[in-house]
Design a protein around this ligand. Structure first.
Ligand code: NAP
Length: 249
């Protein structure tokens, strides 16, 4: 019960990495507020679900007003909601560019803006921003996503320097993780099995990650034993970010 009496907000919490984080914090005794646009018919037992579009200022304000009324403080914010759209600079529509930036970056700004004053009431807090290995290396055809995820590192540093020492802010940068986001995206290809195998092969560790591996790291970073870590971007990517690929020999 490491997180007994702690209040945690997780965004994009209904599926994938967000759902794994919500389960981990609940199992460790925290009160977990799950924010998502998609409402699961069988929400995680014991959590507090608020339907919220985290890219929308009014929706975020409403959610955090409710959190303040109910709990009066906040300990951890996991800025996890994200989407990916395919396209290069010449093929991405302005609409998709704005959507990707709004869901992946603006949401983090909006939620942190509301969360930090509640953490200051608690005396301390941790903001975790879920970025990506694509904050460092780029896949083809996802210009908006890789650009937004790179900007997340700047936001992370700024929060860390502006609000230290009480508030810590850390970016967690996963490689390919087996979530609905990944499965939906490979389902668009002609041969999903082949694409999944490619995903396995491109990680030196020889497999993709699972959401629980990411939630374990996020939980660890929120613990008091990590109070000397802030502003950092931590890769958890099976070595994907250290390879230049190439010959299979
Ligand atoms: P996921 O399976 O798609 O789950 C994300 C959840 O966020 C979904 O329930 C989604 O709802 C929700 N969401 C989308 N837009 C939202 C909004 N505007 N407001 C509130 N909730 C919203 O994604 P995931 O793979 O777990 O990814 C979580 C985070 O990890 C993302 O930031 C992603 O970029 C990052 N990441 C993932 C991978 C990977 O390989 N999976 C790798 C690196 C980084 P809908 O399904 O209805 O859209």
């Amino acid at each position: 019960m490491k997180f007994k009496d702690k209040i945690v907000v997780v965004t994009g919490a209904s599926k994938g990495i967000g759902a794994a984080c919500s389960r981990l914090f609940l199992e460790q005794g925290a009160q977990v507020v799950m924010l998502d646009i998609w409402e699961d018919e069988n929400p995680i037992k014991g959590s507090h679900f608020i339907k919220c579009d985290v890219s929308d200022e009014r929706s975020v304000s409403g959610a955090f007003n409710h959190i303040e009324e109910k709990f009066g403080k906040l300990d951890f914010l996991v800025n996890n909601a994200g989407i990916q759209k395919y396209g290069t600079v010449t093929s991405t529509t302005l609409e998709d560019w704005d959507l990707v930036f709004n869901v992946n970056l603006r949401s983090m700004f909006l939620c942190a803006q509301k969360a930090i004053p509640l953490m200051q009431k608690a005396g301390k807090g941790v903001v975790i921003n879920v970025a990506s290995v694509q904050s460092f290396v780029s896949q083809k055809n996802v210009v908006a996503y890789t650009t937004a995820k790179t900007a997340v590192l700047g936001l992370t540093r700024s929060i860390a320097v502006d609000f230290a020492p009480e508030i810590r802010c850390i970016a967690v940068c996963p490689g390919t993780i087996d979530t609905p986001m990944l499965r939906d995206s490979i389902a668009l290809s002609e041969n999903p099995d082949e694409v999944l195998q490619e995903c396995y092969d491109m990680h030196p560790i020889g497999r993709i990650g699972n959401p629980e591996e990411i939630s374990e790291l996020i939980g660890f970073l929120c613990e008091d034993k990590c109070t000397f870590i802030t502003g950092e971007a931590i890769r958890i990517d099976g070595g994907l970010g250290i390879t230049i690929g190439g010959s299979k020999r």
